[in-house]
Design a protein around this ligand. Structure first.
Ligand code: BG6
Length: 521
């Protein structure tokens, strides 16, 4: 345990539904352990795990102990694990069985007495999304989410929040028929990433960038979430989901809204969330023609990544041999507001790509080149500000500099900030902040119902156009490439190009370094 710089969360009981699943084992448990290590869990804390299989408390603790040793990001210190383990108990049952909630009521009373936790209770639904409405309804029927004793009752759910606009609205209605909005904490794990949270600090705590952060100075913005992993064993989920639903209205729109939002009046949750929501509301509607022109979808075929052969998406398990599910999407969005009118936002995400890289590139407008008319400098390098989200974590600013020598020649150089050079953060899963914030009632990093619906409203015309088009318009790209060439054409039409990702196709194989020297006059 390390000395804390923040106060511990208030006394509470955490109930995890789906405690035997991957989310709990890989992320929630290591995060709880890290919170204990940082001394951020309250002394009066208890955890009740709910799942289907039959086991006693001792076996439950042993199983979680094994999981922690497998997935912890650091060495497991016995005293900290013992502290957690002695506060854990297990409840067996089906999520839809009303008697489970009767037993849960009794268990909560017992645990409250044993661990002096008081009435605060956090229900974490680490279950498949189909179970969310059932569990919430049962919690409501059993009077487990009423806050009339002055204590809080909160529910955490994870994406997917619906699969389209209609289902997202239906889910929100279901949840809000039992819970008040302030009791619902919807997690987008991208908001647990330090580098994503840093976007707000970067923009609003520094005087030098914000004056430039608008249509007068910014040419365009690129947001890339590129993954090298393919669909792996998630074929069943992915077939019905695809890259757009899986990544765009959630993770990419989180990045987009942090980049494009107005400064909130304060850092209160609702002030921040309202500003983010306004950005989504201001995105220009896609008509069906716009979709065909401004959205590119692709699916990976056989290829190679880092010298290893990768099979085609259509041969992955639980994937149809004639699947039309996209594993790549690139799109151009326009935000119709005072700050961004006329500035394109290009977004792309895909699986089995050449490189794992999440980043935002802000490209500033070119300086007028008139001054260099009589020199060999034909084209000025654009000034890029690159926010590296992962795996690199930092910020790069690219600008032009004179190459030493008698003639005026210019090269592109970089000023670089790397998190590791400045800050020594303990390894974390990203869930530490989110769980702690939920326990302390700070909803800033969680999604509100209206923001979820606003995100789906933007992508719904794309989903509609694709379901009309079927296979037409689905482009095939080799695994290990930078995605379909048409994604390059999307920018080339506007006289722009993506920051190079790397890959095995034509020009796009070029390394960034050679790209820079090609621009060097
Ligand atoms: C998940 C998606 O939400 O995010 C996955 O379902 C994707 O398909 C993952 O791989 C990406 O998260 P990260 O943190 O690895 O960028």
């Amino acid at each position: 345990m390390t000395p804390r710089t923040q106060p511990a969360a208030p006394p509470c009981i955490l109930v995890i539904f789906g405690v035997a699943g991957d989310l709990t084992r890989r992320l929630l448990l290591p995060a709880l352990y890290n919170l204990r290590r940082a001394n951020l869990l309250p002394e009066d804390f208890a955890l009740i795990g709910v799942a289907r299989s039959d086991k006693d408390d001792a076996t439950f603790r042993d199983d979680l102990g094994d999981s922690l040793r497998e997935f912890s990001l650091g060495e497991v210190v016995a005293s900290d694990w013992d502290w957690l383990a002695e506060r854990m108990s297990y409840l067996q049952g089906e999520f839809d069985d009303p008697t489970v909630y009767e037993r849960l009521t009794q268990r909560l009373a017992k645990v409250r007495e044993e661990h002096h936790t008081g009435g605060n209770c956090l229900f974490y639904l680490a279950t498949p999304p189909q179970a969310f409405p059932k569990i919430v309804r049962r919690l409501g029927d059993a009077d487990l989410v009423k806050e009339d004793d002055g204590r809080w009752r909160r529910v955490i759910i994870e994406k997917p929040f619906g699969t389209d606009l209609r289902s997202a609205q239906a889910l929100n209605l279901e949840l809000l028929s039992v819970l008040a909005e302030h009791q619902i904490y919807r997690i987008d794990h991208y908001l647990g990433k330090e580098t994503v949270q840093n976007i707000m600090v970067f923009r609003f705590a520094n005087g030098i960038f914000e004056p430039l952060w608008n249509r007068n100075h910014i040419d365009h913005v690129q947001i890339t979430v590129a993954e090298t992993v393919g669909v792996e064993r998630r074929g069943k989920f992915y077939e019905e989901t695809g890259a757009l639903r899986d990544m765009v209205p959630n993770h990419l729109f989180q990045l987009l809204t942090f980049i494009a939002m107005e400064p909130p009046t304060c850092f209160a949750a609702d002030a921040v969330r309202a500003e983010k929501c306004k950005v989504l509301d201001a995105i220009h509607d896609f008509g069906s023609q716009d979709v065909r022109q401004n959205v590119v979808r692709g699916q990976y075929d056989a290829g190679a990544l880092g010298g290893t052969a990768v099979g085609p998406y259509r041969k992955a398990s639980n994937v149809a041999p004639d699947s039309t599910t996209e594993t790549y999407v690139a799109l151009k969005l326009m935000i119709d507001n005072w700050r961004w009118a006329g500035v394109p936002f290009y977004l792309r995400t895909g699986k089995a790509l050449a490189r794992r890289r999440t980043e935002v590139v802000i490209q500033f407008k070119q300086a007028p080149a008139a001054l260099f008319r009589d020199t060999p400098v034909e084209r000025l390098t654009a000034n890029d500000l690159i926010l590296h989200i992962q795996p690199e974590e930092g910020v790069t600013l690219r600008f032009g500099a004179k190459i030493p020598g008698p003639s005026v020649r210019m090269g592109s150089v970089e000023m670089k900030f790397d998190y590791r050079d400045y800050f020594k953060a303990a390894p974390n899963t990203g869930y530490e902040t989110l769980i702690y914030d939920c326990m302390t009632g700070d909803a800033t990093l969680f999604k509100r119902a209206d923001c979820i619906e606003a995100g789906w409203r933007v992508v719904q015309p794309v989903l509609d156009a694709w379901s009309e088009d079927g296979v037409a318009g689905l482009l095939i790209y080799p695994a290990g490439s930078a995605g379909p060439g048409e994604a390059d054409a999307l920018l080339a039409r506007d006289g722009r190009r993506w920051r190079i990702l790397g890959g095995s196709d034509g020009n796009r194989v070029a390394s960034e370094r050679s790209n820079i020297s090609a621009e060097s006059g």
